[in-house]
Each structure stands twice: as C-alpha cells, then as structure tokens.
Design a binder for this molecule. Structure first.
Ligand code: NAD
Length: 320
C-alpha cells in the first residue's frame, strides 16, 4: 500500500482509519475523500482531501489517476437503519458506489478493501457461533447490499484478478466520530449519555445479543488483512471478525463499575429491534484467526474503561 484512496473518509470508521493510515504509511500517501466538505476537520487538515461522490465514476477514476493510487479503501455507504428508511437510495449508493470503486481498482490495478457486516446474515442464519460459510438470506436492504457486495468483490477477484479483501464487521464502538445510522449505535450513544445524563433510554430490548468491536481493534484488523500474505487467504470477501457479544444490560452493568448511579431504561424501536433480531447473537471468527492472525485487545470491560476516559476528556475539551 503506497498511495491509498479512502472513500467515505469523514464517517465513523474513516475518521480514525485515515489518521491511522497516515501514521503508518505517511500523510501524503493517504487521499481522503467524502461527499462532504468540512474545512476544519482534522482529516482535511492533515493530508490530501478531495470531495468525491462515489456515484460519480468519472471523478473517482480521475482522482485515483491524479494521485497514482494503488489501494482503494471503500467506506462510503448508507448503514442499516438509514438504509431501511431509504431503501432505493441505499441500493443506488451502496451498490453503485461499490461497482464504481471496483471498476477503478480493475482499471488501475489497485488493491481493494471494503467492509461487509454482520448485516449480511439473516433470520435463517444459525444464531450462535455463526460460521464463515453459512446461510445468508438477510431481510434488510442493507443486508441485501452487503451479500451482493461480498459476491461482487469475489467476482472481481476471480474474473479480473483484482486483489479484493474484506471483513464482516460487527457493531463498531468509538468516540471520535458519531456512528452513521446503524442498528448497533446504542452501544456508542450509551457512553455519551452515561457521562452527560447518568441515564440512557435504550431502543434495543434487554436480552438482545449482538457482536461488537472497539475501533482500535477494527483498524488493526483492516491493516493486518491488507498486509496479509494473499496465498493464505481462503476467503477474501468477507472474513467474520468480532471481539465480544453482549446485550444492552451487559453494557449498563459495565458502565456501573465506573458510574454506580447510571440508570438504564428501555423504549424499543420496532424497526431497529427487528433488524437486531434478524442478526446473529455471536459469530465465529476462527477463519480470520487462522488465515491472517486476527486478534483483538479489547473486551467489554477494557473497552468501557477506555471509552469513558476518552469521552470524558473529549466532552471536557468541547466545554472549555
Ligand atoms: P458512516 O455512515 O459513519 O460514514 C459514511 C461516510 O460516507 C460519511 O462520512 C458520508 O458523508 C459518506 N458518504 C455518504 N454518501 C456518500 C457519497 N455518495 N459519496 C461519498 N461519500 C458518501 O459509516 P461507517 O460506520 O464509517 O461505515 C463505513 C463502512 O463500514 C460501510 O460500508 C459500513 O456498512 C461498514 N460497516 C460499519 C459498521 C459500523 O459499526 N460502523 C459495521 C459494519 C460495517
């Protein structure tokens, strides 16, 4: 990876991935792009930044050529809850943007990464220890896009030899950028509310388990997979990865270790609850461990300690 183009770079993952890549590969080597232009954003100020709508294939190709890109990390997408509210927009953005990015990768012989999701599973998928290869019949537009995306990336690898790689991310928890409309966003919001209000009203029902991962582990997974020996990759699109599986009451209990008077109540959102119930409780990441040494550092307790500390100083800085 010498010159890396990142789409959707101002989102929850991109905001941290770009900084991490700039640390590892050099600031000028990472070209951040997003449909938004935000002048004072650290991403815009710390290296090359271009406004790019991923549905504009021509501009994507032009930018990739201009910066002599050899790696594309395609993040721009509409997430699960938003995609369910705007399914046609989701199809056009999630599939249109992906095929444009894959075409640029094919034409310019780039290595390619895009994340799939636990949303690529559905109600008929086994709920526990969900395997790498299993039933994938999702019932959401997001899930349909993710399964089609995994297959499309496989197709570009087999048909055109594009070095496509991907993971199925669980819900990602982070404190830098807010999450972008996913079903697992509660697991981020709860930390903000715990610090600011000592109370949180959860839209996901008690007892609903989903896989999760702390952002530092997700960033490491992306880089490790992209650096992995290609001959060891039995699956390219996409590896199951996870760090923990919990239900809302577990996060509340973990937070109470640090904020004993934290109060949790529930007001279930039927749309997001239905999405959550259609996903696995806990997926199996054995293939990722075996093929490219996937590991994680953060469990719920360690993540909670770090999230609360980092968020406290972030929110304090905002006030002062
Ligand atoms: P996000 O919603 O936080 O960010 C998406 C970014 O894409 C935003 O900055 C937005 O401005 C940009 N964007 C929207 N439309 C665009 C367009 N037409 N052209 C260019 N940019 C556009 O999303 P994220 O959480 O960073 O997710 C990135 C990828 O990771 C997505 O494919 C998502 O499905 C996948 N993923 C995320 C999670 C998670 O928990 N965050 C979990 C599993 C998979």
């Amino acid at each position: 990876m010498k010159n890396i183009l990142v789409t959707g770079a101002l989102g929850q993952i991109g905001s941290e991935l770009v900084m991490c890549l700039r640390d590892v590969y050099g600031s000028d080597q990472v070209i951040a792009t997003d449909i938004r232009h935000v002048e004072d954003h650290p991403i815009v100020q710390s290296g090359p930044y271009e406004v790019l709508d991923v549905t504009d294939a021509h501009r994507m190709h032009e930018l990739a050529k201009k910066y002599q890109v050899d790696t594309i990390m395609h993040l721009a997408a509409l997430l699960s809850a938003t995609a369910e509210a705007k399914p046609l927009l989701a199809w056009n953005l999630n599939m249109g943007g992906l095929v444009n990015a894959l075409e640029v990768a094919r034409e310019l012989e780039c290595q390619f990464f895009t994340p799939s999701s636990i949303g690529a599973f559905g109600p008929s998928t086994p709920k526990k220890q969900t395997g790498q290869e299993t039933i994938q019949r999702p019932t959401t537009m997001y899930g349909v896009n993710k399964v089609a995306g995994e297959l499309l990336c496989d197709y570009y690898f087999h048909k055109f030899g594009v070095d496509t790689r991907g993971v199925r991310f669980p819900g990602l928890i982070s404190y830098v950028a807010p999450p972008g409309g996913g079903t697992t966003d509660y697991a981020v919001d709860i930390y903000y509310q715990a610090i600011q209000q000592r109370a949180y009203t959860c839209y996901i029902a008690e007892g609903t388990y989903m896989d999760m991962m702390y952002m530092p582990d997700a960033l490491k997974a992306i880089i490790d997979l992209m650096e992995a020996d290609p001959s060891r990759l039995r699956y390219r699109n996409a590896y199951n990865v996870t760090a923990m599986s919990f239900q809302p009451g577990d996060v509340a209990a973990a937070i109470r270790q640090y904020i004993p008077d934290f109060v949790m109540s529930y007001q279930v959102d039927p749309v997001r609850q239905a999405i959550a119930e259609s996903w696995p409780d806990a997926i199996d990441a054995t293939a990722a461990r075996e093929d490219w040494g996937f590991t994680t550092e953060y469990d719920l307790s360690k993540m909670t300690e770090d999230m609360l500390a980092k968020l406290r100083s972030k929110l304090l800085q905002k006030v002062s």
